[in-house]
Design a protein around this ligand. Structure first.
Ligand code: SAH
Ligand code: TYD
Ligand code: ZN
Length: 404
């Protein structure tokens, strides 16, 4: 199979073998229906886009029972409130805008627009999350954004001044259809602004658990510029963000309609220095990832052999990769605490570790806790300050295994 963006040749650099659908938490009473796929990634030798070699059908990942809820994190809520206010102050200041959000989830970003009376539409196929957004008062179309749904939205609502998306564009293997949809829906001088985990940060910090079914592409300024060019857009801005362990916010516009910010060239130069377009860099990343995996399993086995108690914190989708690839199950980590109600009392996909409410964490505290939601380190460590104060130790594995 060739590159999903340009048809070029894909060079494989990492292979995690058979993996479960990462957000498919399971009812322990019925473990029969789990879906598995082969998780491997390659880089296009033409446009440098990093992508998976196999695709999980979109409706297997995103459906009414999809359990991810953006609003579980206070810092993420604040991040999106700030984002929305920046839009209202900046790009959208001078008009009565229509804003479309691809992948609005529980309405975490739309909430601010709605309160300011901005005409908006969220698009998200996960009806359970979308229902939460609706209850909060946002307008949502339960659907996959693609060329067809974009045309329907354009027909019903007119052109969009801003199409925003966070942590979703990289999930959409059918990038061609998505960008054709953006082309249909976007006003002539409108912009597509989206943010996603950044390949540069993933490689720099060996955050290999960012690789799982939903993250079909790992984007960079270079691969996004090539993709934008191919589909009749121009990459006019690229800004690094601290969220989710390192993200990048891209702005695409129709060619010549916006000034290209210096940040684009600067980032392209940084990526060149980092060797981000070289397959050798990605192969080194894969080797380091394997060492981190072995270090983590070694540490957990030693601690258990010493009779230490261990729990997990954050039943993330990321953890599916590390748990299943390293063969970590309830024997090493008997439970994982997580604040998301719809995940509680289920078990993790493939590895079958029970998910428990956060109240269980202190009852009694384990001696060690593996922080699977390491991207929320600050927030969770502050919330669970008492754990460390009474002698508990956090185990982290990004950028390498270490105990805090
Ligand atoms: N924007 C939120 C949610 C990210 S999770 C945040 O940053 O926290 C990804 C979301 O994308 C899920 O809610 C999923 O249902 C949605 N999604 C998946 N495919 C989509 C598509 N084709 N169009 C719109 N949303 C999609
Ligand atoms: P996250 O890292 O945002 O995403 P992903 O699933 O894409 O890897 O998931 C964070 C998880 O951690 C989520 O299930 C909610 C949980 N969580 C808590 O339990 N407590 C907290 O204070 C925070 C911030 C998150
Ligand atoms: Zn390509």
């Amino acid at each position: 199979m060739g590159c999903r963006v340009c048809g070029g040749n894909l060079q494989k650099f990492i292979d995690f073998g058979r993996q479960p659908v990462s957000n498919a938490f399971v009812d322990p009473a019925d473990l029969t229906g789990e879906v598995f796929y082969d998780l491997a990634m390659g880089q296009c030798s033409t446009c440098t886009m990093v992508q998976q070699l196999n695709e999980v059908p979109r409706d297997v990942m995103f459906h009414s029972g999809y359990p991810y809820r953006s609003s579980e994190s206070r810092l993420i809520r604040e991040h999106f409130e700030r984002t929305a206010l920046e839009f209202l102050d900046g790009q959208l200041g001078s008009r009565t805008p229509f804003v479309v959000e691809i992948g609005c989830n529980d309405g975490v970003m739309l909430e601010t627009l709605r309160r300011q009376g901005v005409r908006h539409l969220g698009v998200d196929p996960s009806a359970g999350a979308a229902e939460v957004a609706r209850e909060r008062g946002s307008e949502v179309r339960v659907d996959f954004f693609d060329e067809a749904s974009a045309a329907a939205i354009r027909f019903e609502k007119g052109p969009a001044d801003l199409i925003f998306s966070a942590n979703t564009i990289s999930h959409l293997a059918y990038f061609d259809s998505v960008l054709k949809g953006v082309d249909v829906l976007l006003a002539p001088d409108g912009v597509l602004v989206f943010e996603d985990r950044y390949l540069g940060d993933i490689v720099e910090r060996t955050a290999f658990d960012q690789i799982y079914d939903e993250h079909y592409y790992l984007l960079s300024a270079r691969s996004m510029r090539a993709t934008a060019d191919r589909f009749g857009f121009e990459l006019v801005d690229a800004v690094r963000l601290p969220v989710h362990g390192g993200s990048l916010r891209y702005t695409l516009a129709r060619p010549g309609t916006r000034e290209v910010r210096a940040s684009v060239q600067e980032l392209l130069a940084d990526e060149e220095r980092q060797g981000l377009g070289d397959i050798a860099t990605l192969r080194r990343f894969a080797d380091t990832a394997e060492h981190v995996c072995q270090d983590l399993v070694g540490l957990l086995r030693d601690l258990r052999a010493d009779g230490r108690s261990i729990a997990g914190y954050g039943a993330t989708s990321k953890s599916a990769t590390i748990l299943n690839h390293c063969g970590i199950g309830p024997d090493l980590i008997p439970y994982i605490c997580d604040s998301t109600q719809v995940k509680q009392h289920l078990v993790t996909p493939g590895s079958h570790i029970p998910v428990r409410p956060p109240e269980v964490f202190a009852d009694p505290y384990p001696e060690y806790a593996v922080l699977f939601a390491w991207n929320h380190e600050k927030e969770i460590m502050a919330k669970e300050r008492q754990f460390a104060e009474q002698g508990g130790k956090w185990i982290l594995y990004v950028p390498g295994v270490h105990i805090v």
